[in-house]
Design a protein around this ligand. Structure first.
Ligand code: RTP
Length: 180
């Protein structure tokens, strides 16, 4: 089946500050001593939130077409979550999203918006199935480590909000004819 990259849909995925910090935090680091040197080593469960998320999308067959690390302002975070502006947790949520680095990504592929949400799992990690990103890696709703667009319109809006067109690439990977 011949499919053109241009036909594929795109979604906005973000590793939120909790997911990023889970990976970079020195809270649980170990120290290895070697002669006069002491080296900090991140313990395996703490170093892999970003790579784990990327690899789950990659393994499925989706394609990364944009990625950057940003610390959004609270105002920007508020724009991102504008649909939730009447919720009691809106202020805290915007503050939280702007509290540290976020890994912003655009993923491309057939069904990536809906299936991406499946990979992510239910909003509340207590309700996400094991095997999903939140089910496997998160515990509470306020720290559910990842965001994914919930439909074609939000995907378009969120991609436009976070990325300039020139920050996204369009390419056909060699693997594609074995995926589609
Ligand atoms: P996201 O937009 O982050 O992918 O999450 P979602 O669609 O699964 O959930 P949504 O209802 O859009 O909520 C956005 C984020 O708000 C936080 N939240 N906190 N009761 C609460 O304290 C509460 N409910 C939602 C979560 O971080 C959720 O991902």
């Amino acid at each position: 089946q011949e499919v053109h990259a241009a036909e594929f849909e795109r979604t906005f995925i973000a590793v939120k500050p909790d997911g990023v910090q889970r990976g970079l935090s020195h809270r649980n680091c170990g120290v290895m001593r070697c002669g006069n040197h002491s080296t900090t080593i991140l313990q395996p469960p703490m170093r892999d939130a970003i790579s784990e998320i990327i690899s789950r999308f990659e393994r499925k067959g989706y394609k990364l077409v944009g990625i950057k690390v940003v610390v959004p302002t609270k105002e920007f975070a508020g724009k991102h979550y504008h649909a939730l502006k009447d919720k009691p947790f809106f202020n805290g949520l915007s503050e939280f999203l702007s509290s540290g680095p976020v890994v912003a990504m655009v993923w491309e592929g057939e069904g990536v918006i809906t299936y991406g949400r499946k990979l992510i799992g239910a909003t509340d990690p207590q309700k996400s199935e094991p095997g999903t990103i939140r089910g496997d890696l998160a515990v509470v709703v306020g720290r559910n480590i990842i965001h994914g667009s919930d439909g074609p319109e939000t995907a378009k809006d969120e991609i436009n909000l976070w990325f300039k067109p020139e920050e996204l690439v369009s390419f056909t990977s060699n693997a594609e004819k074995w995926i589609y």
